[in-house]
Ligand binder design. Structure first.
Ligand SMILES: Nc1ncnc2c1ncn2[C@@H]1O[C@H](COP(=O)(O)OP(=O)(O)OP(=O)(O)O)[C@@H](O)[C@H]1O
Ligand SMILES: [Mg+2]
Length: 231
């Protein structure tokens, strides 16, 4: 049974105040269900990163409501005391740049969050190896990020975001650093994950070729979010 994973109601974000205020998102309302893959499109500066970092409880909204997995997490203020714990346990993030921890090796980068969530070392290592293998960087376990190419780092970052079995995956141009074949296979992996494990995925992308792989398309323009009709 499909259930509501992300429910956004009249959410808005204004950076700064007075003369210098920038309205990044204007009263957005939409809902995303388990198993859905959603593309988030829009020109540079339209508010895409602002929107997904609000859903990921990283950027504090200026107003509105946010429900994740049915729980109210923001209602004109945060309703939960520990947004980091919520994030760690429920959300996988893939950023525009990989944000790997430079002094940990590949395997340690991927197992860090599961270990913080009290997953056993054995289980965390096994899952990390599986994911890294799948993403084509299984031979890099003991390398540090500085020893990887941009595309390899991004694949490690994707493995890391999947390591805690999140029900929500938020990705900001995850395939920008990958060649088109690898980008396509990463997208297919994310889609398979969404459908098989009832994960809800929002991906910011500029790549029109990827659009057929998504169930829905949201477009941000000048801070307004609207759903695009599929043909
Ligand atoms: N921390 C901040 N402080 C002030 N203004 C910000 C901040 N972050 C973003 N903005 C502004 O909010 C607007 C939306 O920015 P955002 O980063 O969400 O756009 P984007 O759609 O992700 O763009 P891109 O495709 O270039 O990544 C822009 O006008 C930007 O300058
Ligand atoms: Mg952005």
């Amino acid at each position: 049974m499909k259930h509501s994973v992300i429910a956004v109601e009249n959410i808005s974000k204004t950076y700064g105040s007075g003369e210098s205020a920038v309205v990044a998102i204007k009263e957005a309302t939409f809902e995303i269900f388990s198993g859905e893959t959603v593309a988030l499109l829009g020109p540079s500066g339209s508010g895409k990163t602002t929107l997904i970092t609000m859903i990921g409880c990283i950027t504090e909204p200026s107003g509105g409501k946010l429900r994740l997995n049915g729980s109210l997490v923001y209602d004109y203020k945060w309703c939960i005391s520990d947004t980091r714990k919520l994030r760690r346990e429920n959300i996988g993030f893939i950023f525009q740049s990989h944000n790997l921890i430079p002094f940990l090796n590949v395997q340690e980068n991927v197992t860090l969050v599961p270990l913080m969530n009290n997953v056993s070392t054995k289980e965390a290592n096994t899952r990390a190896k599986e994911l890294l293998e799948y993403l084509g960087v299984g031979d890099k376990l003991d390398k540090i990020p500085a020893q990887l190419s941009g595309g390899q780092s991004q694949r490690v970052a994707i493995a890391r975001s999947l390591a805690n079995n999140p029900k929500i995956i938020l990705a900001d141009e995850p395939t920008a650093a990958l060649d088109s074949e690898r980008a396509l296979s990463v997208m297919q992996l994310l889609r398979k994950l969404a459908h098989e494990q009832e994960v809800a995925i929002i991906i910011v992308t500029h790549d029109e070729r990827m659009l057929p792989l998504f169930d829905r398309i949201l477009r941000v323009e000048d801070g307004y979010v609207r759903e695009e009709d599929r043909l």
